[in-house]
Design a protein around this ligand. Structure first.
Ligand code: EPU
Length: 351
């Protein structure tokens, strides 16, 4: 266990936040020892434990996390089942997400190509049901292996038990609020994820930019590799490079509004993009709302709004987390004033 451990390299915002206690876990034995650690137990009972993975979707509110950060870093990739048209591949949580996707693409397995180059680690992918370019990880997750930090027992969550929804799952609630698992005294740490991937499948090209990107390269009969390459190129154009500019990808969730509100706004802004959710609700890209409210490219001291994608807040270095929080609040206020829409962070804000 480390004390006053700097998390600078472990959050993609790049804030120099310290964890009062920190423990990396590499083997099941490390978990057993952790559960016997008195300091850990005290922090756990006081609800001051944070499971940190790639740190690409977190913002620490304060300069010190006054609790115990657990950093699971289990490694390994193995084929569990190979039948007919599908393979089930187990990937341990500490593997880097984009390397795992590259591996499945190189193996010519369908399912993860649209999720190329997303920062973070495999163990965090189910937590917020990562999604991009017309795909969501929930569609290829077979099951999730966890260890309960309360009892030390293992539990496998089937896809259905994960209760996936847009950018959420049963695991996400652990971080945001106590959630139903905590109420049952259950606190799962994800140590591996089983993915079910197809040897022959359909490519998802419907996301506008993918088709355009392929057309620009004269590709008419794309392979999985072509899709992965297109996604990587599109991401590079729009999103700040991890490790170069501090960010956590999309800072806000896209807004889901009532049909009534949507129709009123559409009359005012006919160019407003939208995606249908169901008969009563419509999803509106928050990036568009923030952009339209005039924030794109805005900079204030060490933080700002990315000039190629207004959904992304960035930290240019030497700043404090509070600067991002203040910017977030200003943007929320401004979008509420202009469009009457409340927007929520997608990033986990840790107090
Ligand atoms: N838009 C603007 N101005 C902007 C940004 C966006 O007008 O500054 C418009 C775009 O023109 C487009 C629409 O808003 O019509 C949607 O934008 P985009 O396609 O870039 O995607 P997004 O809805 O902003 C979501 C995910 C991203 C994911 C992309 C691509 C969320 C919160 N974000 O963004 O995920 O990469 O789709 O599929 O759902 C992440 O979670 O960290 C992330 C980057």
């Amino acid at each position: 266990m480390e004390k006053d451990f700097s998390l600078r390299e472990l959050n993609t915002f790049g804030f120099d936040v310290k964890a009062k206690y920190f423990q990396e876990l590499k083997t099941p034995d490390d978990v057993r020892l952790l559960l016997e650690n008195n300091i850990f137990r005290q922090c756990f009972d006081g609800d001051r434990v944070l499971i940190l993975s790639g740190g690409s979707n977190v913002l620490f509110r304060n300069d010190v996390y006054d609790g115990f950060v657990v950093y699971p870093n289990f490694k390994g990739v193995e084929t569990i089942e190979d039948t007919g048209n599908q393979k089930i591949i187990r990937c341990f949580g500490g593997e880097v997400w984009k390397d795992f996707v590259d591996f499945t693409v190189a193996e010519k397995l369908y399912g993860l190509e649209n999720l190329s180059d997303i920062p973070g680690k495999v163990g965090a992918a189910p937590v917020q049901n990562i999604g991009a370019y017309g795909a969501e990880v929930k569609d290829v997750i077979y099951q999730v292996h966890t260890i309960d930090l309360t009892s030390g027992k293992t539990k496998v969550f089937t896809n259905e038990e994960c209760k996936f929804s847009y950018r959420s799952s049963v695991f996400k609630e652990l971080k945001v609020k106590r959630g139903e698992l905590r109420e049952r005294g259950f606190y799962p740490l994800i140590f591996a994820v089983d993915f079910v991937l197809k040897k022959n499948g359909e490519l998802k090209l419907d996301y506008g930019n993918i088709r355009n990107n392929l057309i620009s390269k004269n590709i008419t009969n794309p392979t999985i590799q072509d899709i992965a390459d297109s996604v990587k190129e599109i991401r590079k154009e729009k999103l700040p490079e991890v490790g170069v500019v501090g960010s956590a990808g999309s800072f806000f969730q896209n807004a889901i509004i009532s049909m009534d509100k949507y129709l009123k706004l559409k009359a005012l802004y006919p160019e407003m993009p939208s995606y249908p959710v169901n008969g009563q609700e419509v999803k509106v890209p928050t990036g568009w709302l923030i952009d339209k409210a005039g924030w794109k490219g805005y900079r204030e001291n060490h933080v700002g709004v990315w000039d190629k994608q207004a959904l992304v807040l960035v930290h240019y270095g030497s700043g404090k987390p509070l600067e991002i929080i203040e910017l977030m609040e200003k943007i929320q206020h401004s979008v509420k004033e202009k469009f009457g829409i409340g927007i929520s962070p997608e990033v986990n804000i840790i107090c």
